[in-house]
Design a protein around this ligand. Structure first.
Ligand code: PNS
Length: 164
């Protein structure tokens, strides 16, 4: 039986930390679905289409990864995708409380869906999309924290925002 894990998040944008989780997930599961939450209440830096393009380009040559979007409950989406596994990355201890809350809520909503946590590479322990965007906005070099396509798109995005 094919085992699929759902890897949900905003991925605004995808980082090397996220890629580390995807790579590790592929060692355990046959397929990983990167599921971008389409949340109209949150104003992202990149559109969903831009995020999908960057993820696809960062994972070129990886046939067992699907990039998709979802709205509504994550557990319902997992069932629609024929998966019973939600995969999340854990960085420092500070992630734990938030992840624990989400996992317990997801379990309450559907007891058949399991949450599993993978530890990202220690190199990415203290990075997040948010902190990377903050540094990139003011011209900080984040090239070793994100895939090359994301580095370019961050520069383009902040240059275009400066000109508006
Ligand atoms: O990487 P993020 O930004 O912390 O991802 C959060 C995400 C998308 C996993 C979470 O907000 C989510 O699953 N939202 C869907 C709505 C849902 O199912 N909520 C109940 C569980 S918290």
């Amino acid at each position: 039986m094919n085992k699929t894990a759902i890897y949900p998040g905003f991925f605004d944008p995808i980082t090397n930390g996220h890629l580390s989780i995807v790579t590790r997930g592929l060692q355990i599961f046959d397929r990983v679905v990167i599921a971008i939450l389409n949340n109209p209440q949150k104003v992202p830096l990149f559109t969903v289409e831009e995020r999908i393009c960057m993820i696809r380009e960062s994972l070129i040559g990886e046939p067992n990864v699907e990039v998709d979007t979802f709205d509504g409950l994550l557990v319902d989406y997992a069932v629609r995708k024929n998966s019973r596994v939600v995969m999340r990355g854990l960085r420092a201890l500070s992630d734990f409380e938030y992840e624990f809350q989400m996992a317990l809520m997801n379990r309450k909503l559907n007891r058949d869906v399991q949450s599993i946590f993978l530890m990202t590479d220690y190199k990415w322990f203290y990075t997040s999309s948010t902190i990377i965007k903050q540094a990139a906005r003011f011209g900080g070099d984040v090239s070793d924290l994100v895939p090359p396509v994301v580095n370019e798109k961050l520069k383009e995005k902040f240059a275009s925002l400066k000109n508006t």
